[in-house]
Design a protein around this ligand. Structure first.
Ligand code: UD1
Length: 420
C-alpha cells in the first residue's frame, strides 16, 4: 500500500481545472447497459472507481474502447454474462447501480452485496424494494442479490422513505425500459441525478421532473444510445476551496459550476475569505488570514453535502473560534477526527457531533487514511501543518480525486508518494 509524505506549512495559491464528476460518471456508466446502440461518454475522470466500473462492464461482455480524447465508447451487443464478479463489486458500493439497468434490459441480474468506503452500515434495502415495486422478483442468497422479471418491468408509484441518491438512480434506470409510467416521490435532488437524467434522455429515455422531488419516468421500448459529456465534479471543486481556506491561500477552480454547491459556498463565505465566481469558475482568497469557525450540518441536497464534511472539519480545526460539525447522513463518518487530534486538532466527539476549537497550527505526524473524503481531509491538513506528515493507505484518495498530487503540486504543495 502506498503512502504520501507531505512537507507542510504551505499556503496554496493558483488555479486548476476541475475534472469530470465521479458521482455522475458511475451511474452514467451503468446506464450504458440500457442502450441497444453505441454510447459514448466524455469527461470521465481518470479514477479508480471509474476503472472499476469499466472493468465491471467489461466482465459482462460490454465492448469498450477509449480514444485519444479519453472518450469511452460502449457496445452492449456483446454482453454474455448477467452476473457481476464479486471481487469487482466488493471494491465499490456504486457497483449496485448495474442492478436496475441489467434487470430492465436483459431480464435478470446477479450482483453481490457491494463494498466501498467504511463510513457506516450503508444498506441497499431501498434499491431492492424499488425493483420489487416495478415487478421484479428478488432472491437474496449467499451474499448475492438475484433479480429477475417475467415480461417487462411495470411502472409504479414509489415513495422513498429517505431521498437516497443511489436508490433514486437505480430505480430511474430500471424504470426507463419498463412498461408504463413510474413516479418516484421523495427522490434525491442531487445535481448528479439531473446529469444522469439528461444523459438517459439524450440516449432515448423519457424522464421528467429532474431536480424536483417527484420524478416521472415514461417507459420506452428501447434506447438507441448516443453521446454525453458528464458534468464537473462539485465535491472536487469544494475540496480545493477547502484547501485554500485551511492554508490561508488563494485558489481558483476552473470548469466548476457554482450553482451546484450553493450551500458549501455559503459556508466558505462565512469563513471570512473573499469568494468570487463566474459561470464556470470559483475563487476563494483568504488574503493570508485564518478562517473563522463555521457550524455545519450535513443533509441531502440542497443541504451541506456529507462528502464535504471531513474537509470542512479540517478548515474548522485551523479556524478562529469554536464550530460544531454534525453528520446526519452516515453513522460512522468522522473517522478523520482521531487522526486530526494526533496532528494537534482540538476536537470533542459525541456520536455524530464534533465540537472543534480552532488552533493556530497543526503539526505533521504519521496518520492513516480510512475512506475517500477523510483521506482528502488529511492531505489538506498535512499541507497546512508544520513539519512532515505521512499518510498511510492513501489508495482511498485515488478512488475520487484525479491527479490529486499533481494538482496540489501546481498550487505549491510539497507531496511525494512512496510505496509502504
Ligand atoms: C451517494 C454518493 C456518496 C454520497 C452519498 C450521500 C455516489 C456514487 N455516491 O452514495 O458519495 O456520500 O450519496 O450524498 O453517488 N440508505 C438506506 N438504504 C438504501 C440506500 C441508502 O438506508 O437502500 C441510507 C444510507 O445508509 C445512508 C443514506 O441512506 O445513510 C444516504 O445514502 P445514499 O443517498 O443512498 O448514498 P449513496 O447513493 O450510497
Amino acid at each position: 500500500m502506498e503512502k504520501l509524505i507531505i512537507q507542510g506549512g504551505t499556503s496554496l495559491k493558483g488555479s486548476l481545472e476541475i475534472s469530470g464528476s465521479k458521482n455522475s460518471s458511475l451511474p452514467i456508466l451503468a446506464g450504458m447497459l440500457l442502450c441497444e446502440g453505441k454510447t459514448t461518454v466524455a469527461n470521465l475522470p481518470h479514477l479508480q472507481d471509474v476503472t472499476t466500473s469499466l472493468e465491471l462492464l467489461g466482465s459482462l461482455g460490454v465492448e469498450l474502447s477509449i480514444d485519444e480524447n479519453r472518450y469511452v465508447e460502449a457496445d452492449t451487443r456483446t454482453v454474455h454474462s448477467l452476473a457481476t464478479p464479486p471481487e469487482l463489486v466488493g471494491k465499490m458500493r456504486a457497483s449496485i447501480l448495474v442492478l436496475g439497468p441489467m434487470l430492465s434490459r436483459f431480464g435478470e441480474a446477479t450482483v453481490s452485496f457491494p463494498g466501498g468506503c467504511a463510513i457506516g452500515n450503508r444498506p441497499i434495502d431501498l434499491h431492492i424494494a424499488g425493483m420489487e415495486s416495478l415487478g421484479a422478483e428478488i432472491i437474496i442468497e449467499d451474499g448475492f442479490i438475484k433479480a429477475s422479471r417475467k415480461g417487462r418491468l411495470r411502472g409504479a408509484t414509489i415513495i422513498l422513505p429517505f431521498p437516497s441518491v443511489g436508490a433514486t438512480e437505480n430505480i430511474i434506470m430500471a424504470a426507463t425500459l419498463a412498461e408504463g409510467t413510474t413516479r418516484i416521490k421523495n427522490c434525491a435532488l442531487e445535481p448528479e441525478i439531473i446529469d444522469l437524467i439528461k444523459c438517459l434522455n439524450a440516449w432515448g429515455a423519457n424522464i421528467s421532473g429532474a431536480g424536483t422531488s417527484s420524478i416521472v419516468v415514461q417507459g420506452v421500448k428501447k434506447m438507441d444510445g448516443g453521446f454525453f459529456r458528464v458534468m464537473s465534479d462539485r465535491i472536487e471543486t469544494a475540496t480545493y476551496l477547502a484547501a485554500a481556506a485551511a492554508t490561508s491561500g488563494k485558489i481558483r477552480t476552473m470548469r466548476a459550476d457554482p450553482s451546484n454547491i450553493s450551500a458549501v459556498l455559503e459556508k466558505f463565505r462565512k469563513t471570512g475569505g473573499d469568494l468570487t465566481f463566474g459561470v464556470d469558475w470559483i475563487e476563494l482568497d483568504m488574503r493570508g488570514k485564518r478562517p473563522k469557525a463555521v457550524n455545519i450540518t450535513t443533509g441531502p441536497y440542497p443541504c451541506f453535502p456529507t462528502d464535504m464534511q471531513a474537509q470542512f472539519t479540517v478548515v474548522n480545526s485551523l479556524a478562529i473560534g469554536i464550530a460544531q460539525v454534525t453528520e446526519t447522513i452516515f453513522e460512522n463518518r468522522l473517522a478523520q477526527v482521531q487522526e486530526l487530534r494526533c496532528m494537534g486538532a482540538k476536537i470533542a466527539l459525541n456520536n455524530n457531533v464534533a465540537v472543534i476549537t480552532g488552533v493556530p497550527k497543526l503539526t505533521g505526524t504519521h496518520v492513516m487514511a480510512s475512506d475517500l473524503r477523510a483521506s482528502a481531509a488529511l492531505v489538506i491538513a498535512g499541507v497546512a501543518a508544520e513539519g512532515e506528515t505521512t499518510i498511510d493507505e492513501i489508495h482511498h484518495v485515488d478512488r475520487g480525486y484525479e491527479c490529486f498530487e499533481e494538482k496540489l503540486h501546481q498550487l505549491g504543495a510539497k507531496i511525494t508518494r512512496l510505496p509502504s
